[in-house]
Structure formats: C-alpha cells, structure tokens
Ligand binder design. Structure first.
Ligand code: ZN
Length: 404
C-alpha cells in the first residue's frame, strides 16, 4: 500500500478495528437475516506526510444510494451560508463567474450560493440525492468526478473560477486522478477550496470512530501541500472549523509559492503534536481500546441497574463505534435520528432499530448515548425536555462520560 497523497510506500498499520460492514449500509427489516458484506477496517498512517488512511474496499456504485444528508443539521445550515458569502465576496466578483461544487449532496451549500445570484454547477454521483438538489432549481451533473468528467464539464460550461469540495476529498481513493480533474477544470487564476476533517484534532481527540470504509483519509496540511505539489498548486489560506469534530478549509491556487505563514504555522503545530511520529499512533490505538472497554463497562453497569439506554444519531461514525465495541440491541434499545430516510431501518452490523426523535418523548430512555458527538451541544439543547424529565447523556469520545 502506498500513500494516496504523497506516493511514499511503507505505511504504518496501527489500528486494526476489525470486520465492519459499510457504515452507511443501513438495513430494512427484510434484509436482517441475509449475510452482510463486511471488510476489515485497518487504519494506516503515512509518517512522511501525516495522511491517515484506509484501503478502499467498498464496491463501485455504493454511493449511488448514499444516505448522508447534511440539511438535517442546523449547525451545517449556518456553516454553509457563511461559507457561500465568504466565497462570493473574496473570489467571485464577476457576474458570470462559475462556482462548481464537487460532491454537492442535496445542494445545501450550492443552493445558498445560487440564491445569492452566483452561477453554480453541482457534481455528485448519488442520483437520489442529486435529485433533491435539482428540486431546488440547481444544475447537477450526476457523475463521479475525475479527468473525463472535468473535460466534459469544461466543454459544456467553461472553466470554474472557484471549485469547492466539502467533506468529499476524504471519500476519494484516487486523489491524483481527482486533482488531474481539478487541473483541467479550474480557470488559470481560479481557487480550489477543500473542506475536510483534519488530522490534528483527529489525533489530539482520538476520533478513531470517524474512520469507516467510505471515509478513506484524514488530511494533515502537510499531506495536502505534498499532493498539490504534483499539480503545481499551492495553499494560500487555511481556516479552522469546528464541524465534524474538527475540520479545516484549505484554499489553493496554481503556482508554486513559498509556504506562507499560515501554512508554516499549521505544519509546525502538526510537528509539535507529533503527527509524523509512530509512537503517537501506537498510543492512539491503545487509547481506542481503552475507550471501548470504558464504554462497555459504563453501559453494562447502567443495564445492571435496570436503566434503558438509546443512541442519539445514526451517523456513519456511530456504526464504526457500535461495531468496534460490539454494542447491539441488548445494550441500546433503539437509535433516533432526524434524517427521515433512516427511520424504520436498522444499523449495519449491530442491527439496532432506528426511529425519529419523537420516540424520546413517547418512549423515553434513561440515558442517551451521543453517537453524533460532534453535534453534542446542539443535541443537548434540542433535547432540553428529555433532560428536564431526568434523562442523562453519555458522551463516548474522547473519553466515555455521563453528562447530567
Ligand atoms: Zn504520504
């Protein structure tokens, strides 16, 4: 296995999470008796550039019916509205400028930009979700992004002044093919903006559950610097973001530039956090097993006291945690999620039933395990009624703890 960013060989395999079904492969009741495809989830790191990565194992076509829809979260609504305004004000002065969003999902970001009068185009392989974007009046190309798609879009729409891709590059196996496409489609003075979970917080907070088969990489700034260098592009700005447990928004354009202060400072923080040292990852692996044992101990103690426990959120990362810890319906009665597409389905692997948040008032548990811990603040605020009735929350990451 060679690093998909910098192409160095000899990755360090540090965290064998065991066999997992694809984290977004939610099941209908009639599928529960059928065998589920499952693959070992082995986490590697490239100590040369700091890219945390797993092998791509999910069959082609899986994303055609992808279930993650960001519009379900208020936090993400605000997040994208601010982003769209920033992009327009900084990089899209001309009325005819083109903004392309790769992996546009249901068009939450693109719709906001479109409503500001910006000429937009979305590219997303998931047909069912792209349809939701089209219903907002957006122009969407339903294809995987790569050199050929880029050439076709260029022929049909002209070069892109800004290409944005949020929480998508971390799902891409062939990063070099993707970047070749960016090189084709981006205008000579265009800006390429990537939003991805960042290795710094991933390592500092031990967010090992954000690893799942479709989520192939966690990026350090150094890994992006090295990747972009192959395509004669360089980073000129980085913003720190709180979403998804710690993300970053990285701005790049054509040309080789001496690393500016922002980039230099960031890489220095990565060095200080020992992102390029094997010892860091060996420690993180030990910590992951400690979190598993601590969480199981806590849940079993509560069950022994006769408490009822449910899970809040049925995100992909929740399934990594549930499958790694082997937490099934004997410990969690049910999961609730605001995404109606998941209601009536069962979690992959552990087969916990999923319902809507209304179940928390109709059939209140004593404890709620926050599987969507990156939205803990928002969930706890929304569930003030549950809390007032004596309900408590369990935060699994970075250390299992009860919030009264
Ligand atoms: Zn590398």
């Amino acid at each position: 296995m060679i690093c998909r960013a910098c192409k160095r060989p000899d990755l360090l395999r540090y965290l064998p999470l065991g066999p997992h079904p694809p984290a977004n492969a939610f099941l209908r009741a009639d599928q529960l008796a059928q065998p589920e495809p499952s693959f070992d989830l082995d986490t590697h790191v490239c100590l040369g550039c700091g890219l945390v990565q797993i092998r791509d194992q999910v069959p082609v076509g899986f994303f055609d019916h992808y279930l993650y829809i960001p519009s379900a979260s208020d936090t993400m609504h605000r997040h994208f509205a601010d982003f769209a305004r920033g992009v327009r004000d900084r990089f899209l002065p001309g009325a005819d400028s083109l903004l392309v969003d790769i992996g546009c999902n249901d068009g939450l970001f693109l719709g906001t930009a479109h409503n500001m009068g910006i000429r937009t185009l979305g590219i997303d392989p998931a047909a069912n979700i792209a349809e939701l974007a089209r219903q907002k009046g957006l122009n969407v190309v339903t294809r995987y992004f790569g050199p050929q798609t880029a050439a076709d879009v260029l022929a049909g729409h002209g070069p892109a002044n800004v290409i944005v891709t949020t929480n998508t590059l971390n799902h891409v196996d062939d990063l070099h093919g993707f970047m070749q496409g960016i090189d084709t489609l981006l205008a000579p003075d265009g800006v390429f903006v990537v939003e991805v979970p960042q290795a710094l917080t991933f390592v500092e907070h031990n967010e090992f559950d954000t690893i799942y088969h479709e989520h192939l990489s966690v990026f350090s700034v150094r890994s992006l610097v090295e990747l972009y260098r192959f395509f004669n592009m360089s980073i000129f700005d980085i913003e720190n973001l709180d979403v998804h447990g710690g993300s970053m928004r990285v701005y790049a354009r054509r040309g080789h530039a001496e690393a500016n202060t922002v980039v230099r400072d960031w890489i220095e923080r990565e060095i200080a956090a020992k992102l390029f040292d094997a010892e860091t990852y060996r420690g993180a692996a030990q910590e992951a097993f400690k979190i598993r044992d601590g969480l199981l101990h806590l849940l079993d103690r509560l069950k022994a006291e006769g408490k009822r426990i449910a899970g809040y959120g049925a995100p992909a990362k929740g399934n990594t945690l549930l499958n790694f810890c082997r937490i099934g319906p004997e410990r969690l009665d049910f999961l609730v999620d605001r995404n109606t597409l998941k209601h009536g389905l069962f979690s992959p692997g552990m087969h916990i039933p999923i319902g809507g948040p209304e179940r928390l008032s109709a059939d209140p548990p004593d404890y709620l395990l926050l599987l969507a811990w990156n939205f803990a603040g928002e969930i706890i605020r929304q569930q003030s009624g549950f809390r007032e009735r004596g309900g408590k929350f369990i935060l699994p990451i970075p250390h299992p703890e009860v919030i009264e």
